[in-house]
Ligand binder design. Structure first.
Ligand code: AMP
Ligand code: ZN
Length: 107
């Protein structure tokens, strides 16, 4: 399958990793839209969070917990966790992922 996030989670393509867990990895978004902008990506391929939630709730919980950990590592507290789901919502990569964004990075 020609999936860019599968290639990143497997190490075939580079990324700037910031944290990882049993089921997910976290790396900087290549086009950050906030001072903190990290993607949390499950190691297994699901096309979006709806499919992930139905098929593998344990992995979804792990993705969210890793996102919270990333926010604690990189920001001073307030953060957004966003799953774009579907083309009209702005999803461009069809491997489920959470955006963690924050305007208040740790210095
Ligand atoms: P979405 O539009 O919600 O599907 O989010 C996809 C995100 O992946 C965008 O914010 C892109 O900037 C980001 N992205 C695409 N390719 C890469 C890459 N090779 N490394 C890191 N982030 C990427
Ligand atoms: Zn994938």
């Amino acid at each position: 399958m020609d999936c860019i996030f599968c290639k990143i989670t497997s190490g075939e393509l580079p990324a700037t990793f910031v944290a990882e867990s049993k089921h997910a990895v976290a790396f900087n978004d290549i086009h950050p839209r906030q001072p903190v902008h990290v993607l949390v990506v499950p190691r297994v391929h699901y096309s979006d969070v709806a499919e992930l939630a139905v098929s593998d709730p344990e992995v979804l919980a792990d993705v969210i917990q890793l996102g919270v950990r990333v926010s604690e590592l990189l920001s001073t507290g307030s953060f957004r966790l966003q799953f774009n789901t579907g083309v009209e919502a702005g999803q461009t990569v069809f491997h489920a992922h959470a955006h963690i964004t924050s305007t208040t990075p740790r210095s």
